[in-house]
Design a protein around this ligand. Structure first.
Ligand code: TXA
Ligand code: MG
Length: 308
C-alpha cells in the first residue's frame, strides 16, 4: 500500500495492477490496452470474463482519442456537465478498446473520475485504465485502501502490483451508468449522480434498461455481505424485525440510512463490512426514499438482499 503515485504510474506502465481510489469506490485498474494485464483483473477479482469493464480516462477530450465513435451530442453534453465525476457513459467502442475489456460487445463504458490521485495517475501515465470495483466478484465494494487490501491483498503480487491509498471514497456508491449508444438514453445503473440530475441535463426522462446492454453483468445478487440482508420500509419495522431475530438467537445489525442520503451512501459499504466484522447473522436495512442518492442505495441494498 502506498501514496506514491509515481510508483503506481510505473507499475501501470509495466503491465501491473493498480488499485486506485476514486470518488465513488476503489477500482482495480490495469492498462486498458494490455490484454494480459486486463486478464489478471478478472483472475484476481474472480469475475467471469464476459462481464465488461469501465475504462477510466483523464478528461473528456480523450473521447475522441480512439476510445469511442459516433458520440451523440447528448453524451458530449453529459460529459461536459458531469466529468470529472460519478457518471459512466456507454458509447459505441473505438478502435483502442480491446475485446477483453467489453467481453466482445460493441459498446464501452467510459468515465473520468473525480479524485486527485486517480486524476494524477491517469494524466501522468497517459493510459486508459480499465477498472472494475476492487472487491471479490459479487461481494461488497471497497471504499478504503484497507478494504481492498483485506479482499484482494493476498491475490496481488507485491513485485508487480500496488494499492494506492487515497483515503475513504467520498461518494461511496458506484457511478451512474447511462447508455448513450441507443436512440433513447437508458439508466443502466443508478449511482453517484442522481437520475433526476441527468434527466434535467438531458431535458428528458431516462428509459429503463432493455436490450443487449441490460444483460451485461447486471446480476440480481451483488454487493452481498456474508450476513443475510433483510429489507424493511421504516425504523419501526426494523426494530420489530430485529427484536424477532434476537429472540431467535441471531446476531443483528440494523442499517438505517436516516435523512442524510449523502452520508448514507458514503458509509453504506463500510457499514455492510462492519456487520460482517461483528459476525452478524442478519443485516436489517431500512430502504431510503427513491429520490436523489436514495435510488442508488435502494439498488445496492436490494441486490445485497437478493437470493444468492
Ligand atoms: O464508480 C464506478 O463505476 C466504479 C469505479 C471503480 O469507477 N467502477 C465500477 O465497475 O463499478 P464495475 O465493473 O464494478 O461495474 C461496472 C458495471 C458492470 O455491471 C458492468 O457489467 C457494466 O458496468 N458495464 C461496463 N461496460 C459495459 C458495457 N459495454 N455494456 C453494458 N454494461 C457494461
Ligand atoms: Mg462492482
Amino acid at each position: 500500500m502506498t501514496t506514491d503515485v509515481a510508483l503506481a504510474v510505473e507499475r501501470l506502465r509495466a503491465g501491473g495492477l493498480v488499485a486506485m481510489p476514486t470518488e465513488t469506490v476503489y477500482g482495480l485498474g490495469a492498462d486498458a490496452e494490455r490484454p494480459e494485464a486486463v486478464a489478471r483483473i478478472f483472475a484476481v477479482k474472480g469475475r467471469p470474463t464476459g462481464h465488461p469493464l469501465i475504462v477510466h480516462l483523464p478528461d473528456a477530450a480523450a473521447l475522441d482519442d480512439g476510445w469511442a465513435i459516433d458520440v451523440p451530442d447528448s453524451a458530449r453534453m453529459l460529459a461536459e456537465a458531469c466529468w470529472p465525476g460519478p457518471l459512466t457513459l456507454l458509447l459505441r467502442r473505438g478502435p483502442r478498446v480491446l475485446d477483453a475489456v467489453t467481453g466482445g460487445r460493441d459498446t464501452v463504458g467510459l468515465r473520468v473520475p473525480a479524485h486527485p490521485m486517480a486524476e494524477q495517475l491517469l494524466r501522468e501515465s497517459g493510459r486508459g485504465v480499465a477498472a472494475p470495483s476492487a472487491n471479490r466478484f459479487g461481494r461488497v465494494s471497497s471504499t478504503t485502501a484497507q478494504h481492498v487490501a483485506a479482499d484482494l491483498g493476498p491475490l496481488l503480487d507485491p513485485a508487480r502490483d500496488v494499492v494506492l491509498d487515497g483515503g475513504p471514497s467520498p461518494v461511496g456508491v458506484e457511478s451512474t451508468i447511462v447508455d448513450c449508444s441507443v436512440e433513447h438514453p437508458q439508466l443502466l445503473r443508478p449511482g453517484g449522480i442522481p437520475r433526476e440530475d441527468v434527466e434535467r441535463l438531458l431535458d428528458l426522462g431516462l428509459a429503463e434498461p432493455s436490450g443487449p446492454s441490460r444483460a451485461a453483468g447486471m446480476l440480481a445478487s451483488h454487493y452481498a455481505p456474508g450476513a443475510a440482508v433483510e429489507l424493511v420500509d421504516d425504523a419501526d419495522a426494523a426494530r420489530a424485525s430485529a427484536d424477532r431475530h434476537r429472540r431467535d438467537g441471531r446476531r443483528v445489525v440494523v442499517l438505517d440510512p436516516g435523512d442524510d442520503l449523502v452520508a448514507a451512501a458514503r458509509d453504506l459499504y463500510a457499514r455492510l463490512r462492519a456487520a460482517d466484522a461483528e459476525r452478524a447473522d442478519v443485516v436489517v436495512a431500512v430502504l431510503p426514499p427513491p429520490t436523489a442518492l436514495g435510488h442508488a442505495i435502494r439498488d445496492r441494498l436490494t441486490k445485497a438482499a437478493a437470493p444468492r
